[in-house]
Design a protein around this ligand. Structure first.
Ligand code: FES
Length: 158
């Protein structure tokens, strides 16, 4: 099975599932015309597994750590998404900058108190560690991102 490394993870998963399905039908004596270019006895599962492992989480650099003072929230555009990063005493938390209530910017309209950010537009509160809604009117949690420090660079997992 040939996997296109440029394909999205979703597309790769679909291709692998389709290939597994095709092998199942071959094994039952049916022919197929979908991704049956490999010997079903070949260790395709191992190949697919190795290729998926090549798709290790991708970390993107957003800021230098020196650009985010403790207690501060900053934001950056990441592939069409506005991501906010907060520095809480040297621990960095990354989350969707857009409030899930009515889309106010949390880096601009948010007030940070330890790991709780309050959207001052209508006072929804979120836990920036988990994205969990702590107070309405928002009901949908924020998306959060893993962070890591590489030297003096703050990176988030995409
Ligand atoms: S937009 Fe954030 S609470 Fe309404």
């Amino acid at each position: 099975m040939q996997l296109d490394h440029r394909a999205s993870p979703k597309a790769l998963a679909a291709a692998i599932a389709a290939s597994a399905s095709a092998r199942k039908w071959q094994n039952r004596g049916f022919s197929c015309d979908l991704m049956c270019d490999t010997d079903p006895n070949e260790a395709n599962a191992g190949t697919a597994s190795r290729e998926l492992n090549d798709m290790a989480p991708e970390f993107l650099t957003l800021f230098k750590t020196s650009q985010i003072a403790s207690g501060m929230v900053v934001s950056a555009d990441v592939r069409g998404l506005r991501v906010a990063v907060a520095n809480i005493g040297g621990t960095y938390y990354a989350f969707d900058d857009t409030c899930t209530h009515e889309q106010c910017s949390l880096s601009e309209q948010g007030e940070l108190a330890h790991t709780t950010i309050t959207c001052t537009c209508h006072n929804a509160e979120f836990d920036i560690r988990t994205g969990k809604v702590l107070a309405p009117p928002a009901v949908i949690p924020l998306k959060v991102f893993r962070t890591r420090i590489d030297g003096d660079l703050l990176q988030i997992e995409i």
